[in-house]
Design a protein around this ligand. Structure first.
Ligand code: HEC
Length: 193
């Protein structure tokens, strides 16, 4: 009898454990699939767009043109324009605002023009390097990995300074960043990984 009871108990527990596992896997799974299909829908919608933002004319007055040109080359290679321009709405180059849909919410890319109020015009080289290399903002928060800072972590300090010099020489666009609409737990997960 005792054995029978413990078998029933174990059986019930097995069901509970399996049930919990199924829920634990299925819920984020469905969430993920939904997010991905949303993304695909958005991308399809964007495919029809024939608008490609232009690289702006640089203002190199009083600055090191060679450095700016090198930065421009690197910024083109890093494709900063693709994420930091709201192409679907014909937004201004580097002024951000492009919605990036993830399974955990929507991230809006920030303004990286040299505007002092809404862009990165007040950033020092050190702050820029830290953001690009470590994914940490001047106020000390971690960026979401949608900003592919991991890929930029190997870029040399001189190259990052060149990118900053280039961005500084592009037109300052006053455009307030859009607040992200993300689950706050993601920053925590980001921190752990
Ligand atoms: C795949 C898209 C993508 C690409 C490519 C990309 N970025 Fe970003 N970037 C982002 C996102 C998304 C954020 C915001 C992350 C967040 O809010 O946590 C960001 C944030 C930043 C920030 C921080 C701005 C702020 O106000 O805090 C800087 C600086 C930046 N990117 C510079 C660059 C440069 C320079 C390049 C090209 C070398 C580049 N990014 C390429 C997506 C991208």
């Amino acid at each position: 009898m005792k054995i029978f009871i413990s078998k029933v108990w174990a059986y019930k527990h097995t069901r509970l454990i399996i049930g919990t596992l199924v829920v634990a896997i299925a819920v984020p799974g469905i969430y993920l699939i939904n997010g991905v299909s949303d993304n695909v829908q958005k991308m399809k919608a964007v495919e029809d767009v024939t608008y490609f933002p232009d690289y702006p004319a640089v203002n190199s007055q009083g600055k090191n043109l060679t450095l700016i040109k090198r930065g421009e080359y690197l910024a083109k290679a890093g494709d900063c324009i693709a994420c930091h321009t709201n192409t679907p709405e014909k937004g201004k180059t580097f002024a951000g605002g492009l919605p990036m849909v993830t399974p955990f919410g929507t991230i809006y890319t920030p303004n990286i023009t040299p505007d002092k109020k809404t862009g990165i015009g007040n950033w020092t080289d050190e702050q820029f390097i830290k953001a690009m290399r470590e994914g940490i903002s001047p106020s000390g928060h971690y960026y979401y990995p949608a900003f592919p800072y991991l890929y930029f972590s190997q870029v040399t300090t001189d190259d990052l300074k060149a990118i900053k010099a280039y961005l500084d020489s592009t037109p300052a666009i006053e455009q307030q960043n859009v607040k992200n609409d993300m689950l706050s737990t993601i920053r925590l997960a980001n921190f752990i990984f």
